[in-house]
Design a protein around this ligand. Structure first.
Ligand code: ZN
Ligand code: ZN
Length: 473
């Protein structure tokens, strides 16, 4: 096979080896060498010492984006995890629908354990024998939770993922604020404004503040999109005037954006088709947090679930299987077996759509696809299609390669790609962050989550001490 040709369409990359526990991560400096926080199974596998007692009383999880949650996998299971209800739901969804190898956020699966079979063979334990739930503790907004010798409050904020939060933490001597990731221009902007009010009143001695967009002066291409609602307004004509299939790519768990394109589907009389993982997430939120969300339910009009072909690809009304040398129609039962347990319920939905539905009436749909699902275009075979990129513009070499893959798919199907990014950031602008910190007025600021920490030094003029800690190597 030609790897270079396949690489135009499919992405693959090496990963740390699971069989080496913590080894690969520590060797490469991906995890710091901290005593008393790492999981017993990995430590013992690497011949390292497992402390009897955890070194910390809990972990505060701001939100379930990968850069914040990924290394929860490595924590010992007696450390409670504190978070918002929506963050818990997202971890649950990741657990049920994910396939990754270092993803023990919601469920802890003990590795490297063996047992003696009836036939007296040593065999590796799996399934129920090794699973335990993680100790997840849901925090209500602004209700004090005592964790060890700290009083902690969770402050919901606006971000490109449901459930995002900041934390207000105090003991007898210090009052610390941790911003998490936040912005003032999403559909929950009021939450961040409320946080700023609470944070100011808290009179913090220390603030740890994110700075993703500090020093980033890049404006979105072509349009002056300032808030989520601007996308809705600006993309309307583009969708309404188009006679063909709309293909949109937006981040899978950005439900603000899902609302945006659902609203656009409503106003242009189309149906937004989301993928199975998104459908599952909306269902979990509806079931567990029905009053606390602005997100649509799957029973709402103009919203549908796209069902892809899986395994043997038996979804089509034209599919046949070869059984004992004869081509026959597969039974419904066989078709259902193609899907995972969590996916099966969606097959029964009235608003479940397949590639055949989409190709028959392509101008009735807005379908969300990304680099993991563009292969659906092979089945859909769109006659006329337009692409809307509603995710961040590539800013690293890796992302440029991903974007090249996107373009290869779109060009292969002659899809109109002339439209620029319809996207707003998940993070506040640099000016907004400075204004926010001046308003909150901590004594000391630690810039975090930024490539340009020195951009915060201007706050010294406001009497705020800005500290840039250097990690011990
Ligand atoms: Zn984030
Ligand atoms: Zn982040």
């Amino acid at each position: 096979m030609s790897f270079s040709k396949a690489g135009e369409f499919f992405i693959d990359f090496g990963n740390p080896r699971k069989g080496n526990g913590l080894g690969d991560f520590i060797e490469l400096g991906l995890l710091p060498d901290v005593k008393g926080i790492y999981r017993e199974d990995y430590l013992r596998h690497n011949g390292l010492n497992f402390e009897e007692k955890a070194a910390v009383d809990g972990l505060l999880l701001s939100h379930a984006h990968a850069d914040h949650v990924n290394y929860v996998n490595f924590l010992r299971n007696d450390i409670p995890l504190y978070m918002s209800l929506n963050s818990k739901i997202i971890l649950e969804v990741l657990d049920a629908t994910g396939t990754g190898s270092f993803t023990d956020y919601y469920t802890y699966r003990r590795q490297f354990e063996y047992y003696l079979t009836k036939q007296k063979n040593i065999s590796r334990k799996k399934g129920d024998k090794i699973t335990e739930p993680r100790d997840i503790r849901i925090m209500d907004p602004y209700v004090i939770e005592t964790i060890g010798n700290l009083d902690v409050q969770l402050a919901p904020v606006d971000h490109s993922l449901p459930g995002a939060a900041a934390f207000l933490i105090e003991d007898n001597t210090e009052r610390v604020i941790y911003s998490g990731d936040l912005r003032f221009h999403g559909r929950n902007a009021q939450l961040t404004h409320d946080f700023v009010k609470h944070a100011k009143k808290f009179n913090p001695t220390v603030m740890l503040c994110e700075g993703t967009n500090m020093g980033n002066t890049k404006k979105p291409q072509n349009f002056n999109l300032k808030c989520e609602e601007d996308i809705e307004e600006t993309a309307y004509d583009l969708i309404n005037d188009y006679n063909g299939l709309l293909v949109v790519n937006f981040p899978i768990r950005d439900l603000d954006r899902l609302v945006t394109f659902h609203n656009l589907a409503k106003s242009t009389d189309r149906t937004l088709l989301i993928n199975l993982k998104q459908a599952y997430m909306l269902n979990r939120i509806e079931a567990e947090n029905p009053d606390g969300t602005i997100y649509p339910t799957l029973s709402e009009p103009n919203l549908g679930v796209y069902i892809p072909r899986r395994k043997d690809g038996l979804l089509s009304s034209n599919s046949y299987i070869n059984f004992e040398d004869e081509w026959i129609k597969p039974s419904d039962d066989l078709h259902v077996k193609e899907y995972e347990k969590w996916q099966k319920e969606f097959l029964e939905y009235d608003n479940a759509y397949t590639f055949e539905d989409v190709s028959e009436n392509e101008n009735q749909y807005i379908i969300r696809l990304d680099n993991y699902s563009f292969a659906e275009l092979i089945d859909i075979k769109p006659a006329n299609a337009r692409y809307i990129h509603s995710a961040t513009e590539p800013f690293s070499t890796e992302m440029e390669l991903d974007f090249e893959v996107t373009m290869n798919w779109l060009h292969h199907f002659n899809i109109d790609t002339t439209e620029s990014a319809y996207h707003v950031s998940g993070h506040a602008t640099g000016e907004q962050l400075l204004e926010m910190i001046r308003e909150i007025e901590p004594d000391v600021l630690y810039p975090i989550h930024t490539e340009n920490p020195s951009e915060y030094d201007v706050l010294m003029d406001d009497g705020i001490t800005v500290i840039h800690p250097v990690l011990k190597s």
